[in-house]
Design a protein around this ligand. Structure first.
Ligand SMILES: [Zn+2]
Length: 125
């Protein structure tokens, strides 16, 4: 049985389907950059402002990612609330294609760790 990932563009409601999560993200990313570029730029800027004001550790996370250090970035990510992490993720998912390869891989590592952590958490409590 094949699993389909689907999502809608939050701006125009257009639906997207893919068999992998990363393919789905890249489809949406391309669509958003093509059709809603001004909105995306505004949103990245707003996201950076809010995050910097409320949570200095966003800076640490981004520094870890930039250095290509998943370990450093993951330890910061784990201290974040889920809501904060999702905000950071939105920003990083968008900028990921323009990051250096090392930074892209570090961010993939953070995401993998986050997904595992979320999956393990219910069993612990
Ligand atoms: Zn759209």
């Amino acid at each position: 049985m094949k699993k389909w990932y689907s999502a809608k563009c939050s701006q125009c409601g257009r639906g997207f389907r893919s068999q992998t999560r990363s393919e789905l993200l890249s489809k949406i990313r391309k669509h958003i950059w093509k059709e809603h570029r001004a909105w995306m730029v505004a949103r990245i800027k707003a996201g950076q402002r809010t995050s910097n004001a409320n949570n200095p550790s966003l800076q640490d996370l981004i520094q870890g990612v930039q250095k290509g250090s998943s370990r450093a970035a993951i330890s910061v990510a784990r201290q974040m609330t889920e809501g904060r992490y999702q905000q950071v993720k939105k920003v990083l998912d968008v900028v990921q294609p323009i990051l250096p390869l090392k930074a892209q891989l570090a961010w993939e590592g953070v995401e993998a760790a986050h997904d595992l952590y979320r999956r393990f958490k219910p069993k612990r409590s």
